[in-house]
Write a protein that binds this ligand. Structure first.
Ligand code: ADP
Length: 396
């Protein structure tokens, strides 16, 4: 069985074609600048040279058409005909309270996803465009939606409710949803596999540290708390997002700086986080570089980032009444030796004891802890596409 995984952004589209008989990636790629000038697809067939296809793409349907043609191309393709694609798995950001697991897409499901757009106005509409475009081009192929929020639907009421008037939850669905669920679920399950343990017997803290970053508490295989909330703005300090701040700052700034709602929103989402503190970059590689040359604000940005991850690890250990496994994943978690070292430093009192030499590794599954560490510390590269393909396979 071959599954095409689609992840649509507003002007981009990532794809992977996976052979589920051995979970091998046959081809992957990225379509960029959809709907604007300079549109292109970077197509990477496994075992063949990458190709860059530069063609105008007025919309997502056109982009998917070009991707499908690339996949069946006699030169740089990966399959002979489109009929070989047995199912399509779509990443959908927000499933609200309606979806606690992946589902086969039918008209009713599509309508429910559209209703969730109100909660994720930037993310769900492009996801829906991707689904509709695929349905038009492959009307007989089954499609599955896999939600970023689904894994966190197991959070208890006390975790997801905000301490604001309850009517706001009833009226608008204002509650904590959490994101990166596919990634947290994947690495938590991989952690149990790597340790040869049943996930139902483990208390795991998973740290997804990329440009967007979140931490989750996974107890007995279920997410019971996570740092992102109503939107992906809550929680950790991120590349450009503030994470937790005193909400009174918003009103104060609107008054003092005459800022509009849009301006405050842009500031908190695009100009804050480690970019905001350092003034250097949102990319941790640049900030680590500047910090090592003595740039104080870059050092401060890294300290703030690490301290907040540490705070969440402590908090989640308390909530779960202990911690057995700590997992690092995503761009920064998989690649930054310093970040992992700094986050773990000082956590020996709860049994987190990282080994400096074991930690000198990037991007591959590794046990990072000292032999005597009570808590297992694991680096696990995330693989959201594979998780989407697996759900798609099992549902179809
Ligand atoms: P997202 O999917 O949220 O865009 P990623 O998971 O791809 O983010 O992570 C991207 C981030 O990972 C980059 O901003 C960069 O700061 C960080 N990163 C990647 N490689 C390294 C590295 N070698 N050292 C430090 N940070 C890295």
């Amino acid at each position: 069985m071959k599954v095409l995984v689609i992840n649509c952004g507003s002007s981009s589209l990532k794809y992977q074609l996976i052979d589920m008989s051995n979970e091998e990636v046959l081809a992957k790629g990225l379509a960029e600048r959809i709907g604007i000038e300079g549109a292109r697809v970077k197509h990477q067939p496994t075992g063949k040279e990458d190709v860059l296809i530069e063609k105008p793409m007025s919309d997502h349907k056109k982009a998917i058409e070009i991707v499908l043609n690339a996949l069946v191309d006699s030169d740089h393709g990966a399959i002979h005909s489109m009929d070989e694609i047995n199912a399509v798995g779509h990443r959908v950001v927000h499933g609200g309270e309606k979806f606690s697991e992946s589902v086969v897409i039918d008209e009713k499901v599509l309508k429910a996803i559209e209703e969730c757009s109100e909660l994720a106005p930037l993310h769900n509409p492009p996801n829906i465009m991707g689904i509709k475009a695929c349905q038009e081009l492959m009307p007989n192929t089954p499609m599955v939606a896999v939600f970023d929020t689904a894994f966190h639907q197991t959070m208890p009421e006390s975790s997801y409710i905000y301490p604001i008037p309850y009517e706001m939850y009833e009226k608008y669905g204002i509650r904590r949803y959490g994101f990166h669920g596919t990634s947290h679920k994947y690495v938590a399950n991989r952690a149990a596999d790597m340790l040869g343990k049943d996930i139902k017997d483990l208390k795991i803290v998973t740290c997804h540290l990329g440009n967007g970053a979140s931490v989750a508490a996974v107890k007995n295989g279920k997410s019971i708390e996570t740092s992102m909330g109503f939107t992906p703005l809550e929680g950790l300090a991120m590349g450009t997002r503030s994470g937790d701040i005193d909400p009174a700052i918003i009103v104060y700034l609107m008054e003092k700086e005459n800022m509009t709602i849009d301006e405050v929103n842009t500031m908190l989402n695009k100009k804050s986080g480690v970019l905001g503190i350092s003034g250097v970059s949102s990319d941790f590689r640049d900030i680590e570089g500047a910090a090592s040359e003595g740039n104080h604000r870059s050092q401060l940005a890294l300290e703030k980032f690490n301290m907040r991850v540490k705070k969440y690890i402590g908090a989640y250990s308390a909530i779960m009444k202990g911690i057995d496994v700590l997992v690092f994943t995503a761009g920064l978690g998989e690649n930054s030796v310093e970040t992992r070292q700094e986050i773990c430093k000082g956590l020996e009192f709860i049994g987190i004891d990282i080994d400096e030499d074991n930690n000198k590794v990037r991007g591959k599954e590794t046990e990072l802890n000292k032999e005597e560490s009570k808590v297992k510390i694991l680096l696990i590269p995330t693989n959201e596409e594979l998780m989407i393909a697996r759900d798609t396979k099992s549902l179809v």
